[in-house]
Design a protein around this ligand. Structure first.
Ligand SMILES: [Zn+2]
Ligand SMILES: [Zn+2]
Length: 434
């Protein structure tokens, strides 16, 4: 199995002197995340006798590349060094940067050489990247060579009907299983996990995900907390993945894309509108293309009875980024609350008058983003959902609420869905507990 050492359970690393980095998440004075690769290493490979790096050479190189994540998280104001940096740089950062890194316990950032930590505290100075290097970085991280037509993507989606949706407890992350009446996992919508500062939110009781029926994986967007479970249960890397075209970074993001392309089958959707087959509809989100959360794929899942409304899995998108929801033409049976209960612009879908209606939230206990955020809860309440804060009251289920089995996996179903347990002898632990 080819996967980058960044994703292994643990590994020692050296703090790099200089990295090339892409800003892959940013939110005002709260948060910034860079996806980075060692600059000296990259320059060396780019100057090799084989000529400048091509996407073909990158495919095999990047799973062995020295890659890093650099995170600045003010923790809603608790981390003063981070807050000060974010307050100053907020809104002024270019997308691509060269960073010179210095270990410094008083610095604003956490540098990760491994997705599970521990981090090294650093400060850094920023500079622009020369046009020659920038064009190489853009070329090797470009996902266009993997783009497929709508027909090819539909071909890869399963045609069977879906009986239930399991919102898996993966800590501070997202992973959902679409399960048939005969208890097969047809597809996963995201296969994420708690990562970086939230690695500890991963449930020890999650011993395996069900991969025996060759499920397809739909990735809503390229954030680590939506794909990292596949690096824990690596058979998932052998599968067909459908992922949105997004401009990814040269670090862990690109290493993950290469790993899927080498071990399995990476199919990129760079289209618009809705792709439908069987019970599944993929809808392209229309938020700003620079924003991973808001420009990915939202998924609608239709139940076994045609008259039932779908279950909405929006990933981390804003509700207003999903065109068919924004036009208010769709009602739902249940939803997975967008962005782990964090920021999601737009109006939340209305609660239907159904006993099966649930607002499922996937987040880890004491996560570093303090999800769920009070304004997100208020927005759901305004849409008619009976949601408690901080504890659930009626319509809400939270993966952080772990039962005796140590897992908080949530069962979503339609009025006509078959109920009952998920007997499986493959060693997986995806059975819902609430
Ligand atoms: Zn995200
Ligand atoms: Zn997320």
């Amino acid at each position: 199995m080819r996967l980058n050492h960044f994703f292994l359970p643990e590994c020692a690393f050296k703090v790099p002197g200089r990295v090339y980095a892409r800003l892959i998440e940013w939110n005002r004075s709260e948060y910034a995340l860079f996806d980075a690769v060692d600059a000296d290493w990259f320059d060396g490979e780019n100057a090799s006798s084989l000529g400048p790096l091509t996407s073909g050479r990158w495919l095999s190189l990047s799973t062995g590349a020295p890659v890093y994540a650099i995170e600045i998280n003010s923790r809603l104001g608790e981390d003063l060094a981070a807050l000060e940096w974010l307050d100053f740089w907020s809104g002024r950062l270019p997308t691509w940067l060269e960073l010179q890194i210095f270990e410094d316990e008083h610095g604003p950032a956490n540098l990760y050489g491994n997705i599970n930590g521990p981090a090294v505290r650093v400060r850094f100075s920023q500079a622009g990247i020369t046009p020659h290097v920038l064009s190489s970085l853009k070329r090797v991280t470009d996902l266009s060579p993997y783009a497929k037509s709508g027909d090819e993507l539909r071909e890869a989606l399963p045609a069977d009907s879906v009986e239930r949706v399991f919102v898996l407890d993966v800590g501070q992350g997202a992973a959902n299983a679409l399960v048939t009446k005969s208890k097969k996992v047809l597809a996963y919508i995201d296969l994420g996990a708690g990562v970086l500062a939230d690695t500890g939110t991963w449930p020890a009781a999650m011993t395996g995900i069900c991969l025996k029926d060759d499920p397809v994986v739909v990735l809503t967007h390229w954030h680590y907390d939506h794909f990292h479970a596949a690096n824990k249960f690596t058979t998932a890397l052998n599968r067909t993945w459908i992922a949105p075209f997004q401009r990814i970074g040269p670090g862990p993001q690109s290493a993950m894309a290469s790993s899927i392309a080498q071990n399995g089958n990476l199919l990129i959707w760079n289209g618009k509108g809705i792709l439908k087959k069987g019970a599944i509809e993929l809808e392209r989100c229309t938020g700003s293309t620079g924003n991973f959360n808001r420009s990915g794929i939202a998924v609608w899942v239709n139940g076994p009875n045609h008259q039932d409304d779908p279950i909405l899995l929006p990933g981390d998108a804003g509700y207003s980024d999903i065109p068919s929801l924004k036009r208010s033409v769709r009602s739902i049976t249940s939803l997975v609350v967008s962005h782990h209960g964090g920021r999601a612009p737009g109006k939340a879908p209305a609660k239907p008058n159904l006993s099966t209606a649930r607002a499922a939230m996937s987040f880890g206990n004491k996560n570093s983003y303090k999800h769920p955020l009070a304004p997100s809860i208020a927005k759901l309440q305004k849409a008619g959902w009976l949601i408690g804060f901080p504890k659930p009251v009626q319509d809400d289920r939270r993966t952080e609420d772990r039962g005796l089995k140590g897992l908080g996996t949530i069962d979503l179903r339609w009025s006509g869905s078959a109920i009952g347990s998920y007997p499986c002898n493959c060693g997986c632990s995806i059975e819902p507990t609430q």
